[in-house]
Design a protein around this ligand. Structure first.
Ligand code: DON
Length: 587
């Protein structure tokens, strides 16, 4: 079995195992009544409620850091930045300094903003760098020093705080620095993922030193400190993003690259900037949805799924009836075909966002759906060379404060523990985001995504992502849902289903997040379904329509906040655990 196959099996097993753990233990915010009222079997996360600030993330200590910053008088941006830095310490399988991400915020004044801090291909990258002598895709985009794009997280968190933060920068980093220096007790989830990923981490000296003692992975119950990471964070606290992209940390990254044959250089680091972009905005069931534009595919693909399905009366259909699942699968199929053909870094390829989200284009997609039969994916093909005319385009946290600001932030190093390479002396892992490029257009990547020329590798180009930090507003423009997810391409369909469960089926938040999901990504041509996503009669009906239905273990994980009246409700996703917490009172 290749690393690529092992990786994917591992990733899905990891999420599944977490879901089982969350269902079995009553230890954190994800515990609660074990039975889902609609499906009878899935465990429900226990919601928190409050009328001031609220944070949800994949790790209790990171959520607590966000609440600490809200209680210190910080706003939602400060709290999101503190939560993200703390995830880099306590949740190193996905939280990071060595990765990248996206942030969407709805500000109290009514402005919506989107910040792109996605990794870029190093200047030394070449289009065919992952092809071997016979043109096959190698595993170098997944493991080791060549797998990393230039990290964007520190630049993004710095930029978000520089423009919209309110507390001093060093104060916002304080909880993360404290946890790195004073340590925290390793929980069972962290210990388990380390055990499962040992063989991928041990070959790299920095990772072996950081995550192992005498050749054995760190164990649950140990107090773990990461002094190198504390010092990296100190440099960021003192010098802002310069404390990462230049000076000692930059030297450590470049030295690590030299040791392992990687290509990220001083120039790559010095040149990196986070970029503000106009968010993708669209309407679904009378609500304004604000999401992430390219180089994430999240917002455009979500808008495409929603734009096709908004033309059907889903609220009148029974949840996960054959009729509703057929239409959902057909909308997802078409939206991912659009994604894979047209989307890439807008600074390198023309991405016709307005055309793809125009009512004419979406109506044409809707008309192409046969109500009785699945359309084979190979018949849904778009030629990116024939661009429609412009009408003359992994770990998530959600935060609100008591002042009307809302932030959705997703950040990743791609696979669990990224490239496996720790920057020795820096105390942090590097991403394996280069695998999100089309290493060979037309050949599947780790997530099975078959992508085209628009996402081919080029020096300095940002890598197409599926991350979908999203905020839904009511008709008065006030945020009512703050969401996003982990899970590669499952992110987009998980975010859509959380929103649809809330808006189309009026579910309560815990049920909307826990409800079993389905997923279609055009190719491979199959409808993935979590356990209990449909009964056997529905599965038989879908099979007879031509859908290839396959069981999946877990389809994305989406810590979400939703408002009812003046109360915010927060949950983590039982598929990964974590915690939501409410601020007790306005400071
Ligand atoms: O940016 C992307 O689309 C992927 N690198 C996200 C990876 C991911 O969500 C893995 N999660 N478990």
């Amino acid at each position: 079995m290749t690393i690529r196959q092992t990786w994917w099996r591992y990733t899905t097993r990891g999420i599944f195992a977490s879901a089982v753990a969350a269902a079995a233990f009553i230890t954190n915010g994800c515990s609660g009544p074990p039975v889902h009222p609609w499906t009878g079997e899935v465990s429900l996360p226990r919601p928190v409620t409050g009328s001031a600030g609220m944070v949800t993330s994949d790790a209790r200590l990171a959520t607590d850091a966000g609440i600490e910053i809200l209680n210190a008088g910080g706003n939602a941006i400060d709290a999101a930045v503190a939560t993200a830095f703390t995830l880099a310490v306590v949740y190193p399988e996905a939280g990071n300094l060595g990765g990248g991400g996206f942030l969407v915020a709805r500000l109290a004044g009514g402005n919506s903003v989107a910040l792109d801090f996605r990794e870029r291909a190093p200047f030394g990258a070449t289009r065919d760098m992952y092809l071997d002598s016979v043109g096959a895709v190698s595993e170098n985009s997944l493991r080791g020093h060549l797998a990393s794009g230039v990290p964007g997280s520190v630049a993004g968190l710095w930029e978000a705080h520089r423009v919209h933060g309110s507390l001093p920068w060093a104060r916002v980093l304080a909880p993360a620095i404290r946890l790195a220096r004073e340590g925290f007790v390793i929980d069972e989830r962290f210990a388990r993922t380390l055990r499962e990923d040992s063989s991928q981490l041990l070959p790299f000296a920095g990772s072996a030193r950081l995550f192992f003692r005498d050749g054995r992975p760190l164990d649950a119950g140990m107090l773990w400190t990461n002094r190198d990471l504390a010092e990296s964070l100190d440099r960021i606290a003192e010098r802002g993003m310069e404390g990462f992209y230049s000076g000692r940390t930059a030297e450590l990254i470049v030295a690590e690259m030299r040791r392992g044959g990687g290509i990220i250089s001083d120039r790559d680091l010095a040149d990196y900037r986070a970029v503000w972009r106009p968010p993708v905005q669209f309407t679904y069931r009378g609500h304004r949805v604000i999401s992430m534009p390219p180089p994430s595919s999240g917002g455009v693909t979500l808008a495409c799924i929603a734009g096709i399905l908004d033309q059907y009366d889903l609220p009148r259909m029974a949840w996960h009836s054959p009729e509703e699942l057929h239409l959902t699968a057909e909308a997802m199929r078409r939206a991912f075909a659009v994604r894979n053909a047209f989307l890439g870094d807008p600074e390198f390829v023309h991405v016709p966002v307005d055309s793809l989200l125009s009512s004419a284009f979406l109506a044409a997609q809707q008309r192409s759906i046969d109500l009785r039969l699945a359309t084979p994916s190979l018949r849904v093909a778009f030629d990116s060379a024939r661009v429609p005319q412009e009408p003359v385009h992994t770990t998530h946290l959600s935060v609100v404060d008591g002042r009307g600001n809302a932030v959705a932030l997703t950040t990743t190093i791609n696979g669990l523990y990224g490239s496996g390479v720790t920057v020795d002396g820096g105390g942090f892992l590097l991403n394996n985001e280069m695998d999100d490029f089309a290493a060979k257009p037309g050949a599947p990547n780790m997530f099975g995504l078959v992508q085209g020329e628009a996402n081919a590798i080029a020096p300095g180009k940002r890598i197409l992502s599926s991350m979908t930090p999203t905020i839904v507003c009511d008709s008065a423009g006030a945020p009512v849902i703050v969401t996003g997810a982990r899970g590669g391409p499952y992110i987009i369909t998980a975010v859509f289903q959380v929103i649809a469960n809330l808006l189309d089926h009026s579910m309560e938040l815990p049920g909307a997040v826990a409800a079993p999901r389905v997923h279609h990504q055009h190719l491979p041509d199959r409808l993935l379904a979590e356990r209990n996503a449909m009964d056997s009669t529905t599965a038989a009906a879908l099979l007879s329509m031509g859908h290839r239905v396959e069981r999946a273990r877990a389809l994305g994980s989406a810590p979400t906040l939703a408002r009812r009246g003046t109360q915010w409700i927060g949950v983590c996703d039982p598929r990964t655990g974590g915690a939501a917490a409410a601020q007790q009172a306005l400071p």
